[in-house]
Unconditional design. Structure first.
Length: 483
């Protein structure tokens, strides 16, 4: 029997759900069973154009509202999203295999995000008066225009919130393009936006694949792209935005290093094996997948991490006791499995895992894996694997650990672990990365987040989150000479 909740053939444009122009569909596959369970519309150029036109038409009236009025809409969106936490969590778990306990925790983030950005809207000052050396000036902060928000499959709703929250607060209108794999849960977001009462065209959502996203990036009426995804796709988007002089924010891949100092207490570190090293079955760009351990404690740390991962429950995402689930799709499964073979061929040694877990004949499951005897010139130490795979490398001095950590084309995250917070913070200051946590798994929403090098450009979250969605205009005047 077909479940109509899992089959959608429309987009959300100009405040209503409209049938897609094309009959092309995206088939949705449950990664735990490898079976097709649903479908969504594959948006074409006409769908993208309709959505962008609606956003452009809504822009003047939306940007003319007082910032606090825009904040009130965001608070209503937060309330509407809060009602849908459970159904969104269940849908996301079915789409991408995120274990349900983590999925529910993640769906609690967007309402908090929208309320935080509503507070930024309340405090937003659209015009500032300054005295200058030769007169005075008025500095206006204007919305950049129509924003295309393209989000990945590993954390769809939080990453939508990170983008459209500040965009809407700043006075922009938006077109959201979710990842193909997680296009169903986007309809609950669209329903929440409709319930919140946004004026038609302020919030739009189209589903589709890479081609759909490319059409959104290329559209001449889109002023800014906010993208989270792979470095490869981010580079293509940056090139197109550069050609068109569009604003762009990119949060891309990572191969972040976690440095354990010689005084680390492993029992205190244990929760971070799950939350910082392998969150979402390792499918998180900020995950600390390169662990640097002091040589004198190397074997102890390797065994501790391996034992922790091996004893952590793995299985069906709908079971709240499971922490590890399947990978998102067949191609990601095959990619991760190929890296396991590569690591062995490079001379690294598998301590635990290394293939499909025992007893799982179906589903894109990979046993949590730890490699030891890894050097930083190996591909498994340098390339983003995006699965439950950790490499552990020894170091002989803090200087060497920092050198290894910084010897990477990526710079998204990082971590330092030690009971001596001041010492760990001094080490963190020397890591070249956009975000570094000390005895923590991630950063709160009220500080900036983003990458450098091949991990992206621009920042999201924090009190400066509205800035990338605004442009400044200066009105300068000099005193009129008296007659």
């Amino acid at each position: 029997m077909t479940d109509d909740r899992y089959h959608r053939s429309e987009h959300f444009i100009n405040g209503e759900f409209r049938p897609a122009h094309s009959n092309a569909r995206i088939e949705l596959v449950d990664p735990a069973t490898e079976e097709v369970f649903g479908s969504t519309a594959f948006g074409d150029a006409a769908d993208v154009d309709d959505a962008v036109r609606a956003a452009k038409a809504a822009l003047p009236a939306w940007s003319a509202l007082e910032p606090k009025e825009r904040g009130d809409y965001l608070r209503k969106l937060a309330d509407a999203m809060e009602k849908r936490i459970d159904v969104i969590a269940e849908t996301v778990s079915k789409e991408n295999g995120t274990p349900i306990s983590l999925s529910k925790a993640m769906q609690g983030m967007p309402p908090a995000n929208y309320r935080y950005f509503a507070g930024l809207a309340d405090a937003f000052v659209p015009e500032e008066h300054r005295e200058t050396m030769a007169g005075d000036a008025f500095i206006q902060r204007m919305p950049v225009g129509v924003v295309g928000a393209i989000v990945p499959w590993n954390g769809p709703q939080p990453l939508i919130a990170w983008k459209i929250g500040p965009a809407l607060a700043a006075g922009c209108t938006v077109v959201v393009k979710p990842a193909a794999e997680t296009s169903l849960d986007a309809f609950y977001f669209a329903e929440a936006a409709q319930e919140a009462g946004f004026p038609p065209g302020v919030v739009n959502m189209i589903t589709g694949g890479r081609e759909t996203g490319a059409k959104l990036v290329e559209h001449p009426d889109v002023a800014k792209i906010a993208f989270t995804g792979s470095t490869r796709a981010g580079r293509q988007i940056a090139e197109q935005c550069g050609k068109d002089f569009k604003h762009v924010t990119l949060e891309l891949g990572g191969k972040s290093a976690g440095i354990l100092l010689d005084d680390v207490v492993l029992e205190d570190f244990k929760p971070f094996v799950m939350s910082a090293l392998t969150p979402n079955t390792g499918q998180t760009c900020r995950a600390l997948t390169r662990i640097l351990a002091p040589r004198e404690r190397y074997d102890e740390i390797v065994d501790f991490i391996a034992d922790t991962m091996k004893s952590t429950p793995l299985g069906e995402p709908s079971n709240p006791s499971n922490f590890y689930g399947p990978l998102v799709n067949k191609s990601q499964y095959e990619k991760v499995m190929s890296y396991l073979d590569l690591g062995k061929s490079e001379g690294a040694e598998i301590v635990t895992g290394g293939g499909r877990p025992e007893g799982f004949d179906k589903g894109y499951y990979v046993a949590p894996t730890v490699f030891k005897n890894v050097t930083n010139d190996m591909r498994i130490a340098r390339e983003e694997i995006f699965g439950p795979v950790i490499v552990v490398m020894p170091y002989d001095s803090i200087d060497e650990a920092i050198e290894i950590a910084n010897d990477s084309e990526y710079g998204l995250g990082g971590g330092v672990f030690s009971p001596d917070e001041d010492r760990a913070t001094d080490v963190a200051r020397r890591i070249v990365s956009g975000t570094v946590s000390v005895n923590a798994a991630s950063c709160p929403m009220d500080v900036p987040f983003g990458g450098i090098k091949n991990s992206g450009m621009g920042r999201e979250l924090g009190p400066d989150a509205l800035e990338p969605y605004t442009v400044t205009k200066t009105i300068f005047r000099t005193p009129v000479a008296s007659a």
